[in-house]
Design a binder for this molecule. Structure first.
Ligand SMILES: NC(=O)c1ccc[n+]([C@@H]2O[C@H](COP(=O)([O-])OP(=O)(O)OC[C@H]3O[C@@H](n4cnc5c(N)ncnc54)[C@H](OP(=O)(O)O)[C@@H]3O)[C@@H](O)[C@H]2O)c1
Length: 357
């Protein structure tokens, strides 16, 4: 096989509101593998060609697709995406060509791939490329931005480093059945906290209570007054709020926080597609209750990466931690998989399987 035709997903224009499938198209490009079978000559680019197997579908990509978002100038992973440009994302695949001395054909790798069939990994993206430890008998999908990828690190670091929990703390998690939220709730339970989650369907609420060990859970779409719902679930107040959503639930959570409460702002998905949802928390409550509100990015937690990965591997091996995944098949399913995040149609980590070998 000297050349392959690479199909990949692009946006057709900037997306400044809620995304839909018509915002996306599939492009094709011919990739030569021949040159990649030789070692890189002096001065030539080092390239690793990866046949993509699993790619991660993440809400933050919407902020890259906008004509403007303040997030775009912060870290390289959040850089603006131009219409027609390949969309980089976490993923797992197999090396099919390489001029890199440390990667050879057949290696299984994780790193910054694209929403496509193949990725030419080069330049700065090479620093994220990692060979997978094939002795670990976990599904490969776990490494595609899920429990053993960025969602896991986000949940672990966001909970332990930002929330600084104490045993017995009362913890509230929004979007609790999602990729990050489902892990936060489980880490918090394993640590010894009292945990209530909320989510948008009965199926998700049942999952939290019956399978993931949350102490309680509720469907926010069935509550007419979020403030009084939180009073019902937390009669003694909230010590930690892990926010994935922003908007009116952040306002209600602030109203129900205890003194010296901690709010970790992981994401504000309700605001990504609708500026009018922007939260206006009661700042007098923040001052007088001495509430700490802290935003963060998973890249801030590289110093605790080893602690996170070894702890999480043990929890997975003992069965104390469950990885909830929602996998769609085929490159063509990527636009719907992405749009579904904003419609609440995913349960757990959203991943697309591009190929099996
Ligand atoms: N800071 C970081 O480094 C970092 C890293 C990863 C993720 N994040 C952020 O963490 C959050 C969760 O990400 P994830 O990957 O774990 O996604 P996810 O929770 O697996 O999927 C998104 C979920 O959000 C909920 N949702 C969507 N629109 C909503 C709305 N308007 N109001 C309320 N809920 C809504 C839906 O669940 P329901 O059915 O329950 O509504 C949906 O299933 C996002 O805000 C994301 O940007 C941040």
């Amino acid at each position: 096989m000297e050349t392959v035709t690479n199909k990949y997903v692009v946006t057709t224009s900037n997306i400044d509101g809620a995304p839909n499938e018509s915002n996306f198209a599939i492009c094709e490009q011919v990739v030569s593998l021949k040159v990649l079978r030789q070692p890189a000559g002096e001065g030539s680019d080092i390239v690793v060609v990866v046949k993509n197997m699993y790619v991660s579908i993440d809400p933050y990509q919407i902020n890259r697709m906008k004509s403007y978002s303040c997030s775009q100038g912060t870290v390289s992973a959040a850089a603006a995406l131009l219409p027609g440009q390949a969309i980089n994302a976490s993923g797992v695949g197999r090396v099919v060509g390489s001029t890199h001395p440390e990667f050879k054909e057949g290696d299984l790798v994780s790193g910054a791939l694209i929403w496509g069939e193949y990725t030419l990994v080069k330049g700065i993206s090479l620093q994220w490329l990692q060979k997978l430890d094939t002795n670990l008998s976990f599904p490969l999908s776990y490494f595609a931005g899920g429990v053993l990828g960025s969602s896991g690190l986000t949940a672990y670091g966001g909970f332990f480093k930002v929330c600084k929990p104490k045993k017995g703390d009362k913890v509230f998690v929004f979007a609790a059945s999602g990729s990050v939220g489902s892990l936060v709730g489980q880490y918090a339970k394993l640590f010894g906290c009292y945990v209530v989650g909320c989510a948008g369907t009965k199926q998700k609420v049942d999952l939290l209570k019956d399978e993931l060990g949350f102490d309680d859970a509720f469907n926010y779409k069935q509550e007419t007054d979020l403030n009084s719902a939180l009073k019902r679930y937390f009669p003694e107040g909230i010590d930690i709020y892990f926010d994935n959503v922003g908007g009116e639930m952040l306002e209600a959570a602030i109203n129900n926080m205890n003194v010296f409460g901690r709010v970790s702002l992981c994401g504000v998905i309700s605001e990504y597609t609708d500026d009018s949802k922007r939260a206006k928390p009661d700042m007098v409550a923040v001052v007088y209750k001495r509430i700490k509100i802290e935003g963060f990015l998973s890249v801030d937690f590289m110093d605790i990466y080893q602690e996170y990965i070894s702890t999480t591997i043990i929890y997975l091996q003992t069965g104390e931690l469950k990885a909830v995944e929602d996998i769609s098949d085929g490159l063509d399913s990527i636009p719907t998989a992405f749009v579904d995040l904003f419609r609440g149609n995913n349960v757990g980590k959203k991943i697309v399987r591009i190929s099996q070998d």
